[in-house]
Write a new protein. Structure first.
Length: 249
């Protein structure tokens, strides 16, 4: 699909960039916003018009991870690197030195909102920033809605009608996984209080050594706790563990 250069998706990019400027203090250089309606209508806004030009011309909405029916998404955060079809990220983002992104999904009655934040390819430490500063990202959602209210209103008048991506089986992806039962007392093997403490501190960007100093344990004990949690959640490494904890805690 190809939009006119006069479409709000492209003409608003400078204004969106100005609204998103405070994110640069966190190392975030890329921001996009989407509204997906149940009838297939979309609103796309972002601080980089070229991103959506590539996205739409390449018909990535047919396979995109944010293009399923709105009712299938939960209120949660998802790292780009955990989602299927990385070709979209390669074509639209990594080819332009944009990587290590995160989606925040916010389902509402009439539509689902998607907020995307990303940085340059060399800044892989941004993941710790996302986790330790998640409250700032959540606050930014409200800030953006307020500052971009007029732009969003204009974009709603120019909504794009697109087919949903019915090829992605969300039930097998992180978008629809639910691990909350692991934290209930009814579970046969719930996490202990100490394991939960380690998880919360890990989510704040703390290293195993820092966690050990904070709660008065040995580094080996902390590593054992986190290894046990990884096993329960079916995670192969620390990154996968952080991603799944982000959807739970």
């Amino acid at each position: 699909m190809q939009l006119s250069t006069n479409h709000i998706t492209f003409t608003s990019s400078a204004d969106i960039a100005e609204i998103a400027k405070p994110l640069k203090k966190l190392g975030i250089i890329h921001f996009t916003y989407m509204r997906s309606y149940h009838n297939g209508a979309r609103v796309y806004l972002g601080n980089n018009a070229e991103f959506y030009d590539i996205y739409l011309k390449g018909k990535h909405y047919l396979t995109g991870n944010t293009e399923c029916k709105p009712g299938l998404y939960k209120e949660q955060a998802i790292l780009w690197s955990t989602l299927p079809n990385q070709k979209i990220i390669d074509d639209c983002s990594r080819s332009r030195n944009i990587d290590h992104g995160i989606f925040l999904f916010h389902p509402q009655k009439k539509y689902c909102e998607g907020f995307a934040f990303a940085t340059h390819a060399g800044n892989d430490r941004i993941i710790n920033t996302y986790l330790s500063k998640m409250d700032i990202l959540i606050t930014f959602k409200e800030y953006f809605r307020e500052k971009a209210e007029t732009i969003i209103h204009q974009a709603e008048k120019q909504k794009i009608i697109l087919p949903f991506n019915d090829k992605l089986d969300i039930s097998k992806s992180l978008l629809n996984d639910d691990y909350r039962h692991l934290f209930t007392s009814n579970n046969k093997a719930p996490l202990t209080k100490r394991q939960l403490e380690c998880c919360y501190l890990l989510m704040q960007g703390k290293t195993a050594k820092e966690i050990a100093n904070i709660i008065g344990l040995s580094i080996r004990t902390v590593e054992d706790y986190l290894s046990h949690v990884r096993s329960k959640l079916g995670c192969h490494n620390k990154t996968e563990l952080i991603i799944k904890l982000a959807a739970i805690l």
